[in-house]
Design a protein around this ligand. Structure first.
Ligand SMILES: CSC[C@H]1O[C@H](OP(=O)(O)O)[C@H](O)[C@@H]1O
Ligand SMILES: Nc1ncnc2[nH]cnc12
Length: 292
């Protein structure tokens, strides 16, 4: 099976460059419209197809709460994504992760409150395993690609780290920031949840490339985070994320080795004959057998 790399870009990443045969695709989903048209193109060297979706929409129109995460993940899966990588700007909660460094996150704490975070509702109940929320093979390939992208710079790649996801859109208070630090987190952001949960439900191997842009507001000698500061760091560093993605597209691991593969095999608890017709239809892109 040929590999198709789905990418959800975050703040500062609204397109992918240097792809061949680029087209923009409009996708409909049972959850409504995704954040924007999906950009489809091929990596020049490997020929791997990439699908790119900017989660806030081009022009940054959608707040973290307003993003239709279900539509975004569903759209990429419907277009044939075999892997999903999210790119995110994050605040650093550790001295040793300065702005400009990259982190391949491997754990999450979900503090979001106002988001649709599952495909299983409306009469069909499913529970996927999520103890290890990222695909270790995809994350390791991504870490290698990111380290390669940073070669020749002073910036570092951190393989592993915990991302605390807040609802936003306000940044945290100092008391919150200090509390999260006491939990041992590495980075803070507003969008990885429920993206990662939905990727697992969609059986997509998932990894997250986080770009450290600021020290949030816990640091005693650094200014508290502002949008201007984040944008200034992103402007200089997005190039490394783009390079990492292209390098990754050449070394994608076997998706069948991922914990996401077969994640739904025994997840659905609802007796099949009790699943309402509407729920069957809505989930047919993911579980065609529910309709039998
Ligand atoms: C511009 S700072 C806050 C904004 O940046 C991050 O977005 P993304 O994860 O999409 O890169 C953060 O989560 C907030 O949405
Ligand atoms: N400090 C921060 N808090 C939440 N999201 C962020 N995105 C970038 N920096 C952030």
């Amino acid at each position: 099976m040929s590999h198709v790399l789905g990418v959800i870009g975050g703040s500062g990443v609204y397109a992918l460059e240097d792809l061949d045969d680029v087209e923009e695709v409009e996708v409909e989903t049972p959850y409504g419209a995704p954040s924007d048209l999906v950009l489809r193109g091929r990596d020049r060297d490997s020929g791997t197809t990439l699908l790119f979706l900017p989660r806030h929409g081009r022009g940054h129109r959608l707040s973290p709460t307003e993003i239709n995460y279900r539509a975004n993940v569903c759209a990429l899966k419907k277009l044939g994504a075999t892997h999903l990588v999210s790119v995110s700007a994050v605040g650093s909660m550790r001295e040793e992760i300065p702005p400009g460094d990259l982190v391949v996150v491997d754990q999450f704490i979900d503090l979001t409150k106002r988001r649709a975070s599952t495909f299983f509702d409306g009469g069909v109940v499913g529970h996927v395993a999520f103890a290890d929320p990222v695909c270790p093979h995809l994350s390791s390939a991504l870490a290698g690609a990111a380290a390669q992208a940073l070669e020749g710079t002073q910036k570092k790649l951190h393989a592993g780290g915990t991302y605390v996801c807040i609802e936003g859109p306000q940044f945290s208070t100092r008391a919150e920031s200090l509390l999260y630090r006491s939990w041992g987190v590495h980075v803070i952001g507003m969008t990885a949840m429920p993206e990662a949960k939905l990727a697992r439900e969609a059986e997509l191997p998932y990894a997250l490339l986080a770009m450290s842009t600021d020290y949030d507001c816990w640091h005693s000698t650094e200014e508290a985070v502002t949008v201007e500061a984040v944008i200034a760091v992103l402007r200089e560093n997005v190039v490394y994320a783009r390079r990492a993605l292209r390098a990754l597209s050449r070394v994608l691991p076997d998706p069948e080795a991922s914990p996401a593969h077969g994640a739904l095999a025994s997840a659905v608890m609802t007796r099949r004959d009790l699943v309402p017709e509407q729920a069957r239809a809505r989930l047919s892109w993911l579980l065609p057998d529910l309709s039998c």
